[in-house]
Design a protein around this ligand. Structure first.
Ligand SMILES: Cc1cc2nc3c(=O)[nH]c(=O)nc-3n(C[C@H](O)[C@H](O)[C@H](O)COP(=O)(O)OP(=O)(O)OC[C@H]3O[C@@H](n4cnc5c(N)ncnc54)[C@H](O)[C@@H]3O)c2cc1C
Length: 459
């Protein structure tokens, strides 16, 4: 559905201010793709709602008219998650960006979904609090909830699902519901908040969320640990996590990526397999104990260097470089598009997965960088190539397929954090078996016409 009739435009204008609805070509094109190479079908129009009531009216009208609706956060997904596949209406949530109330006494905050995570943390920081899930991009809270986003600190603090307490959700036909509560614990029936977290906007539109916050740690210790072989570095990850040491971040980087980062950010790091590691604690003394155990374990795994005591400004530079790794890779390969492989395995299989993935890249002579949130058993292979070059692109897709299949065979998942979107649909049956059928039944129950974010999660 790529064009609205004049009648439909007039109907929508009756309950949405004309400044917040557009059928202009440039707005439609801006909502055609996310950060992946997946392209959708040009939407007929974009609407920017400002309240739960308005979202409800729009959804109920669109449902009656058989118009597909795709929610849109900040558009930073990497699997085509917010890309409209059937045109229709894109519901851009960026104007619902209020931090309604920070309640430091409860360690909670009530927000609208369009709030960006960096702004949320800036404001919560004034109370010594923060919202830990940290995808590299400045994502919206609604998009993070819908994708169950996580990031470098998930190894210690958990993913978005661990911070969602209560949601206001508008269902596809316009009904408004509340899920969860503001109490720290509850065993009251099905956990519906968890159903909406990770549902990628296919079951409802989140219009308000109560999130848990946590205290900003008083002491940090960062270290860079170098190895001769990627396998030794990934083994050290499994050993450290297995020892009960709780890093706040534990990232694996290959020499090829360090090389790009050095070139772009002048970091001066040795260009060898490296772990970026950070610990958070209540005192210097506890961190020093943790550090000496980490050093011992890494040396046992073959570490050739362990540099700790990284100063605040250098620590920030390292994490900024890590957060910008995707952009750095993009800039190093102009004119290409990425396939970002995202998979996760139980930690004991991490070394095997890393070696398997690197060998695939090497054997196929592909442009690919194997790295990841190692402490979570989460790996990425960022493959760069030209979608117009059939052979190159199909090699990249084959690598994606083989890495994901191996991860699932090892008891892991086809997506550690980026969600299913369009790109991972083909792996869902393999990963979930009969449960995939149940997911489909849930979708059919809540959205019988299949109009909310169609073409995602399900083939
Ligand atoms: C450089 C870079 C680094 C990244 N690193 C990470 C990382 O480390 N970890 C990680 O998890 N992700 C990462 N991502 C992916 C991405 O940032 C996250 O998935 C993020 O959560 C997407 O949020 P968004 O606001 O951009 O949502 P969008 O991409 O706009 O939408 C995401 C999904 O949410 C739905 N949606 C949006 N708003 C709502 C709403 N209010 N109600 C219901 N559904 C809604 C959309 O329909 C879509 O399905 C990275 C992306 C980039 C570009």
């Amino acid at each position: 559905m790529q064009e609205f009739t004049q009648e439909q435009i007039s109907a929508l204008s009756a309950f949405v201010d004309s400044t917040r609805f557009s059928t202009g070509q440039s707005n439609r094109e801006l909502h055609l793709s996310d950060e992946s190479a997946h392209r959708g079908t040009l939407p007929a129009g974009i609407v920017w709602p400002v309240s739960t009531e308005e979202v409800s009216k729009i959804l109920s009208w669109a449902y009656a008219q058989d118009i597909p609706v795709t929610p849109w956060g900040a558009g930073t997904s990497t699997e085509g998650n917010p890309v409209p596949t059937l045109g229709g209406l894109v519901m851009d949530m960026t104007q619902m960006d209020k931090i309604i109330k920070i309640r430091p006494q409860d360690l909670q905050v009530d927000v609208q979904p369009g709030v960006l995570r960096k702004e949320l943390n800036r404001q919560c920081g004034q109370f010594g609090l923060f919202f830990p899930p940290d995808p590299g991009a400045d994502a919206s809270i609604g998009g993070m909830i819908a994708n169950n986003a996580s990031g470098v600190q998930t190894v210690k603090y958990g993913a978005t699902k661990d911070y969602v307490m209560k949601l206001t959700v508008v269902l596809p036909q316009g009904e408004v519901i509340q899920t969860g509560c503001k109490a720290h614990k509850s065993s009251s029936g099905y956990d519906l908040s968890r159903l909406f977290v990770g549902s990628e906007g296919t079951l409802g539109v989140v219009t308000e969320a109560t999130l848990r916050l946590t205290g900003i740690p008083s002491h940090h210790l960062a270290a860079t640990i170098t190895f001769d072989a990627l396998q030794d570095a990934s083994k050290a990850v499994a050993v450290m996590i297995g020892s009960g040491i709780e890093p706040a971040a534990l990232e694996l980087l290959p020499p090829q990526l360090i090389q790009l980062m050095n070139r772009e950010k002048d970091l001066g790091l040795p260009e060898v397999p490296t772990l970026f590691c950070e610990f958070h604690g209540i005192s210097k003394a506890t961190l020093q104990e943790v550090e000496s155990l980490a050093r011992e374990l890494c040396e046992d795994c073959g570490a050739t260097g362990f540099r700790s005591g990284v100063q605040e400004s250098e620590r920030k530079d390292l994490w900024r470089a890590r957060h910008e790794a995707y952009e750095t890779i993009h800039r190093a390969h102009p004119g290409t598009q990425p396939i970002i492989v995202d998979a996760a395995v139980p930690i004991s299989h991490y070394p095997e997965m890393i070696v398997f993935s690197q060998e695939l890249v090497d054997e196929n002579d592909a442009v690919g960088y194997v790295f990841g949130h190692a402490g979570d058993g989460n790996l990425h292979v960022v493959l760069m190539g030209d979608p117009e070059n059939e052979q190159e692109w199909s090699t990249m897709e084959d690598i994606n397929h083989r890495v994901v299949t191996r991860a699932v065979e090892l008891g892991g998942t086809c997506t550690g954090e980026h969600g299913v979107g369009i790109g991972k649909r083909k792996f869902m049956q393999m990963e979930h078996g009969r449960s995939y059928q149940l997911m489909r039944q849930i979708k059919e129950l809540i959205d019988p016409k299949g109009l909310l974010n169609p073409g995602k999660i399900f083939l």
